[in-house]
Design a protein around this ligand. Structure first.
Ligand SMILES: [Fe+2]
Length: 376
């Protein structure tokens, strides 16, 4: 067997009206947790849906920027009893939070767990033995992170400058609701950073050592849609047709990297987010062209990859990334308050197992130094 492609999720494309009907039905059941932000509920007129539900339902006002070990412990205390179902409607952090509850709730005493216990369960991989996990329904409100298509979640440990993954077959959402209308209220910076994250997922899936023909078709379509329509969305933010194209591009990117995981760009990005708070999408897009330069000779069907970008050269791609970002965020390390002399410290933290070694060539420290210096 050369390869297998597997995503055991039921996908539904919905409008807001379908969402209201479906949510009403699910929230009438006992012990349901909904993770959604108050802004999302207000902006999409969902208040009525939530006012008629029974009292065993828990709503998290999810507006955190990243999921860290302390937040998990704090939020666990709010759950009234073990949930039967978790519905997460939000960005990647909301969906990752649902996965953390699913994987870890079994190890809490009525929601009580310490940060050290969370770290131990994750790093010892004890959560893999969990047979009482909680099913998840996910709906992504950003066109970006792809967490609605994957079986893993990112958890940050700022106390120890570490980034963890929980990764288990049971963490695939059972359903994913695709609702492009929910992205209409996303501000410019979030629209850009999440789309750049999706674009990186598509590129990294394409050149990953675990790539395959289905992944490559999905990646090319994702790249084509995002490259053509992201600039249009950014100049016409309320255009639903353009939003739908970027949403589907991001969805295809999610399907692509769900079967490969990511590579060097993501591996290098983690310390940039941990140490400097650089938003994930910017942190990965920063090195995309530099990594591509080095991977070029190892990419199968490279011409088709470049066709998807509608680019003749890597310089064209670099130019596209800088142009689409220029009015919102300069993609240089110096614009995020990184000091040049700190690059030596960053390099040591860029080698994440399962990411750097998933790149078609494994970089050494000197090559990472070159990449980071070129984007300083
Ligand atoms: Fe990502």
């Amino acid at each position: 067997m050369d390869w297998v492609y597997n995503v055991p999720i039921k996908f539904y494309e919905y409008g807001i009206t379908d969402l209201k009907d479906t949510l009403t039905e699910y929230l009438s059941k006992d012990n349901v947790v909904l993770i959604a932000s108050k802004r999302l509920i207000r902006d999409n007129d969902l208040t009525d849906v939530l006012s008629n539900v029974n009292d065993t339902f828990t709503l998290f006002d999810e507006s955190m920027k990243s999921l860290d070990t302390h937040l998990i412990c704090d939020y666990f205390k709010q759950i009234k009893q073990k949930p039967e179902l978790i519905i997460a409607i939000g960005g990647g952090t909301s969906i990752d939070f649902a996965k953390a509850i699913s994987a870890l709730y079994e190890y809490t005493g009525n929601g009580n767990i310490t940060v050290d216990e969370v770290v131990d369960i994750i790093t010892s991989k004890k959560y893999l033995e969990n047979t009482n996990y909680i099913p998840i329904i996910a709906s992504s409100t950003t066109a970006g992170t792809g967490s609605d298509c994957t079986k893993w979640a990112t958890i940050w440990d700022y106390d120890n400058t570490k980034k963890y993954s929980i990764d288990a077959d049971y963490l695939y959402p059972t359903q994913s609701w695709l609702i492009p209308e929910l992205t209409l209220t996303l501000p410019k910076s979030l629209t850009l950073s999440t789309a750049l994250d999706a674009l990186s997922h598509a590129c990294e899936a394409y050149w990953s050592v675990s790539t395959n023909k289905i992944v490559q078709v999905l990646s090319r379509d994702a790249i084509r849609l995002i490259v053509e329509y992201l600039p249009k969305v950014l100049s016409d933010m309320n255009n639903l047709e353009y939003r739908k194209k970027v949403y589907m591009g991001s969805f295809f990117a999610g399907l692509a990297f769900s079967n490969t995981r990511t590579t060097a760009c993501h591996s290098i990005s983690y310390p940039l987010t941990l140490l400097y708070g650089i938003p994930h999408g910017y942190a990965v897009a920063l090195t995309l062209a530099e990594v591509l330069k080095r991977n070029k000779d190892y990419i199968e069907d490279y011409d088709l990859f470049m066709d998807a970008w509608n680019a003749d050269s890597i310089a064209d791609i670099d130019c596209w990334i800088n142009n689409v970002s220029k009015d919102i965020q300069t993609l240089k390390l110096s614009s995020f308050d990184v000091k040049e002399e700190e690059i030596a410290v960053i390099i040591k933290l860029t080698f994440t197992g399962g990411r750097m070694d998933n790149n078609p060539i494994v970089f050494n420290e000197d090559e990472v130094r070159d990449i980071l210096s070129n984007v300083y």
